[in-house]
Ligand binder design. Sequence first.
Ligand SMILES: [Mn+2]
Length: 412
Amino acid sequence: MGLARFLQLSDLHLGRPFGWLPPDSRTERRGDQRRALEHAVTQAIERDVHAILIPGDLFDLEGVDSDTMAFAIGSAFDVAGCPPVFIAPGNHDPYFEGSHYWSPRRLAARGLKWPDHVHIFSNATWSAAPLPALEGVRVWGRCFTANVPSLERPLEPAALARVSAANPTGFDVAVFHGSREGYLPASQKLTGPFSDDEVLRAPFAYLAAGHYHQASRIVANDGASSGVRLAYAGSAVAIDTTEVGAHGALEVRVEYGNHRRPFVEVELVELDSRKVYDVTADVSGCTSAERVDRRIQKALEDAGVTTGDIVTVRLTGRLARGVRYAAPPPDLAARVFHLRVDRRALRPDHDLEALAASDARTTEEKFARALLQERDRESDPVQRALIESALYYGLDAFRLREVVPGWEDLEA
Ligand SMILES: [Mn+2]
């Protein structure tokens, strides 16, 4: 039996502007991206993988700065012991003759050249590259040639007609960028679509896919292999505040040989030193901004947030009358790398005493008085709470012209 190992990473988006961060933090986050790629190469060497597979979006955009280019092309993979690297450009970094970072001609004009052990798939149709260290193993790839959504189906039979039968002593791996149908995240574009069925029928023992930023996989036990048939590693570092959880690369292990069906497993290799969190803090009953700060602080502690992390705190509940909350103070914000407080779900408290004492001239006042009287006649606390919640919904409707459910858990 042979054991082939790969390190798969994608969607690093080098050169990302990170406009949602303050200027100093943008530079730091771009530094994180570079360190993640350096760490990936170190991990590839330490784990003794046979190849690094990059299924697209290594770069964020065509016009990356010269520092980023010099880093990616001139130094990231130019490390002693770095295994062969196979890159299949994606929709963010398509391959075309005028490309600043893929075109050998343009690179030569700048005195740059990808190292010889970096293979870039420069064709929109499937082509294969051998993996000299592993007899009978081939890496197949295809690239995007423009940054426009493509409806070409990379795994349809006509597209796969170019893929010749795998060597029975080895297996074939695919590296490509595309969208698994039925799983498109709201924030991403459908491009290079494929179905699960097309994956299962494809002749590849394993498909390294890029484009989706959360890791996911397809497992299958018949056809070209058993175990994991396709996986997205997800973005190597989180790109925005929606990309919660761990981010990194995948180590892919393929057991093969003796004319047996290859068996594939994958394991996450974390590369992002920061984590993105999205937490909620209920600030009902807070009578001062300092108390709101304390609720935020507690929400951070409960979630296990650490100083390097990127956090969105969503305030919910009703902010007591007279309390203004604009933003967290600098010392609270400084507890993490980036703290964003979202106040959109906050609702104001209503002055029930003033409404009870009013002369009930407006419809709103009449409505409030009627419900307050009903509440005061009620002795059952559960019924009283229900009436009060109806009152709050009604007042929200009068004042905000919208109603956000938030009192249903009163009985709990
Ligand atoms: Mn993409």
